[in-house]
Design a protein around this ligand. Structure first.
Ligand code: F3S
Length: 418
């Protein structure tokens, strides 16, 4: 094949079939991908683990399953163990008889066989289904400077920005191919130049902005609200903030003055020449929030379901939500939430939480704790018609769910349903 980027003799050998026909096809795909984006060469993937975005066994994705079979048969399995995005189904999550039939028989009827393929390709274990693979409890935490082959947008922006690792906003399957070959094309966010800030966002709000609304903003002024230490609170804030930047604005990297690793290290030299300035104040945040469309057929409908935890909640967030819901219910003279509510977190976080007294406390409020991806749950015509509320900007962007701030959600679920 003709290609523009420079390949080492070893890479060329793989491309020419030195490691078999299947590996050659995988390499060819990566070279075409790199050439399309002007990559100059391939660089080794240096993270200990990979992460896959495609976690759901949708019946209509037969070509993916055929491809996975070919990879397994050709010995082209991942060179690194990987975690994967959350599962779409959990029997504990409220559902209707009809929806269960649609889920099991028509939509996710390939889930079991796909899970088996993932295990053969290099999935760490059955608890590794989460988009927040970088949580301590899960353990897929890249080091600063590591080159990754990931695709999940909320995890990519977190790894790039909070951890200082290097990863492009790849698509599903391409990220698996990078993990199989152990190399990725060198372009974009993997390069020094591609990591420079092309926008300066000045945050001039009068209070700490809601992470999920600020989502399209990056940078200066934020240190006033989240400090200069990357502690648990700051990381949880940046997790939610980054997921919103990625889903609302295709942002794969941000730096925060005095806080994120590359900004601390390189200061203003990280700002690209000619970077533009965007000022965020209270009025701008209100404007952004008020412009979110309400996709419900009946805009005054009583919510039928509430999701909190997209991206998955951290352990500390889960404890805080449990505390807040319990307190608010007590204050409102109620014992259970008025809207069926689901909190979602990584299986390892759920397991840790369930071993504490907080598990009984949360259960008493009527909130269900699950490991699913709310987006996968909602992506079907039946759930799509339901009035669902969420504090996730990503879920709002990709589904018909309606966005409320965390404080508003707490208020809605702990008061009498209207
Ligand atoms: Fe995670 Fe699913 Fe939301 S993958 S970020 S819970 S859409």
């Amino acid at each position: 094949m003709n290609y523009k980027m420079h390949l080492t003799p070893e890479e060329e050998d793989i491309l020419n079939g030195g490691k078999g026909e299947t590996m050659a096809k995988v390499m060819k795909t990566l070279v075409m991908y790199g050439d399309a984006f002007g990559a100059t060469k391939m660089v080794p993937v240096t993270s200990k683990m990979g992460h896959l975005v495609t976690s759901f066994g949708l019946g209509v994705m037969q070509p993916v399953y055929d491809l996975m079979d070919q990879l397994i048969a050709g010995g082209a399995v991942s060179s690194q163990k990987f975690s994967v995005d959350p599962k779409p189904l959990d029997p504990n999550v409220p559902s209707s008889f009809l929806k269960n039939i649609v889920f099991k028989k028509f939509m996710y009827n390939m889930q079991d066989s796909y899970d088996a393929q993932l295990a053969k390709l290099g999935l760490v274990d059955s608890k590794s289904y989460t988009c927040t693979c970088y949580m301590d409890e899960v353990g897929n935490i890249p080091n600063k400077g590591d080159v990754l082959s990931w695709a999940e947008s909320s995890a990519v922006v977190y790894a790039n920005s909070v951890l200082g690792a290097r990863c492009n906003r790849n698509s599903g399957i391409i990220e698996l191919f990078g993990s199989i070959i152990g190399r990725v094309p060198y372009f974009g966010l993997v390069t020094d130049e591609g990591r420079k800030a092309t926008w300066i966002v000045e945050v001039k709000t009068t209070k700490k902005p809601e992470a999920q609304i600020l989502g399209s903003a990056i940078g200066k002024g934020l240190d006033k609200w989240i400090g200069t230490e990357l502690d648990g609170d700051a990381k949880a804030y940046l997790k939610d903030f980054g997921a919103a930047t990625a889903s609302n604005g295709a942002v794969g990297l941000y730096h925060i003055d005095g806080l994120t690793p590359e900004a601390v290290e390189q200061g203003e030299s990280l700002i690209a020449e000619g970077a533009k300035v965007y000022v965020i104040d209270d009025a701008e945040l209100d404007r952004v929030k008020n412009n979110y469309p309400v996709m419900w057929k009946d805009k005054n409908a009583t919510p039928k379901l509430c999701f909190v935890g997209c991206p998955h909640l951290s352990y500390d967030q889960l404890v805080e939500w449990t505390e807040n819901v319990s307190e608010a219910l007590k204050k409102n003279g109620r014992s259970k939430v008025s809207i069926p509510t689901v909190f979602t977190a990584a299986p390892a976080v759920v397991e840790k939480f369930n071993a504490t007294p907080n598990a009984a406390k949360l259960k008493a409020t009527g909130v269900v704790l699950s490991y699913i991806c709310p987006l996968m749950y909602m992506n079907n015509p039946l759930a799509g018609k339901m009035p669902v509320i969420t504090n996730s900007n990503k879920l709002r962007t990709y589904t018909t769910s309606r966005y409320y701030t965390s404080a508003e959600i707490l208020d809605i679920i702990t008061k009498e349903a209207k």
